[in-house]
Ligand binder design. Structure first.
Ligand code: SAH
Length: 258
C-alpha cells in the first residue's frame, strides 16, 4: 500500500550530544533517546558502550571523521539524516561533546529544517568543560577571568581563522581553542602579537575524560613546540589564561596520588 500524506509515517531527528568520551558523562535524556532510535548516525570516537544502549535492531551507521580522513562528507551526512527521517525513522545523530559547539550541528539543523523534518536537540558536555573538570581549572573565576571564549584553530580551509585577536587578548578572559593542536603555533603567535604575554599559562589536554587522557602544561610561548614534539593523535584542546595556573596544585596532588 502506498503511503498517502495522511498515513505516511512521520519521522524525526534528534541531534544528541554524547559528551567528551567517557560513557558516564552521557545525560539521562541522551540515554533515553538513544534507546528509542531506529537509526543512529555516529561520529568517530563514540564509545562502543554508548552504542550498546541502542535497541538490537537499531541501524548503526559510522559517519565519523578523524584527522582529515572523511568517512562521509557533511553534505552526505545531512542528506542521510533527512532521508531516514522522511522514510519514517526516528534518527539519532550522535555527536561528540555538545552538538552545537563546533560540531557542524548547525548545518545539520539547517538541512533538517529546510526539509521540514521535526528536530530536537539534546545537549552534551562539551570538551572544554570536561577538560576543565579533569584538571580542576575554573574556566571563569572572580577577578581572574570574567569571560570565556571558545575558538576554533581550524577554519574551513584548514588554516587558523581570522579571529579578532586584539579583542581576545584584551578580554582578560579564558580562551579555549578547539581543533588547534596542529595550528597552535599560529594561534599563539597571533595572541602574543595582539598583546597577550608569552608567559601566559596554557595547558593542552588530549582525550579529556577518557582513560587515555594526557595533558601538557606550558606557556603561550612554548606550548606549540611541545605539541609538535608530542603530536597528540587524539582530540586535543588548548586552554589559555591565568586560570590555568590554578590547576597546578591539583595536578601535583593527582600525580602524587597516582
Ligand atoms: N562538539 C564537540 C567539539 C567538536 S570539534 C564538543 O562540544 O566538544 C572537535 C574538537 O573538539 C577536537 O579537535 C578537540 O579540540 C575537541 N575535543 C573533543 N573531544 C575532546 C576530548 N575528549 N578531549 C580534548 N579535546 C576534545
Amino acid at each position: 500500500m502506498s503511503a498517502s500524506p495522511q498515513n505516511k509515517p512521520r519521522g524525526c531527528a534528534t541531534l544528541v550530544g554524547a559528551g567528551p568520551g567517557s560513557p558516564d558523562l552521557l545525560t539521562l535524556r541522551a540515554v533515553r533517546v538513544i534507546k528509542q532510535a531506529d537509526v543512529i548516525l555516529f561520529d568517530a570516537l563514540i564509545d562502543p558502550s554508548i552504542l550498546d544502549l541502542a535497541r538490537p535492531d537499531a541501524r548503526r551507521i559510522d559517519v565519523g571523521k578523524r584527522c582529515g580522513r572523511h568517512a562521509m562528507n557533511q553534505a552526505a551526512i545531512n542528506t542521510l539524516i533527512v532521508r531516514f527521517a522522511q522514510a519514517g525513522a526516528h534518527v539519532v545523530r550522535l555527536k561528540g561533546g555538545d552538538p552545537l559547539v563546533f560540531g557542524r550541528g548547525g548545518e545539520e539543523l539547517d538541512s533538517l529544517r529546510a526539509a521540514g523534518v521535526p528536530v530536537e536537540i539534546v545537549p552534551g558536555i562539551t570538551a572544554a568543560c570536561a577538560a576543565a573538570a579533569s584538571l580542576q581549572i575554573p574556566l571563569t573565576h572572580r577577578d581572574i577571568a570574567r569571560s570565556l571564549h571558545f575558538v576554533t584553530g581550524h577554519g574551513s580551509d584548514g588554516a587558523v581563522p581570522a579571529h579578532d585577536w586584539r579583542a581576545l587578548a584584551a578580554s582578560g578572559g579564558t580562551i579555549v581553542a578547539y581543533m588547534a593542536s596542529k595550528t597552535f603555533a599560529s594561534v599563539a603567535a597571533n595572541l602574543i602579537e595582539a598583546g597577550l604575554p608569552a608567559a601566559t599559562p596554557v595547558v593542552a589536554i588530549e582525550n579529556a575524560s577518557r582513560v587515555n587522557e594526557r595533558h601538557w602544561p606550558g606557556t603561550l610561548g612554548d606550548i606549540a613546540d611541545r605539541l609538535a614534539a608530542e603530536q597528540p593523535a587524539g582530540p586535543t584542546l588548548v586552554v589559555v589564561g591565568e586560570v590555568v595556573g590554578l590547576a597546578q596544585i591539583v595536578q601535583e596532588t593527582v600525580r602524587l596520588a597516582a
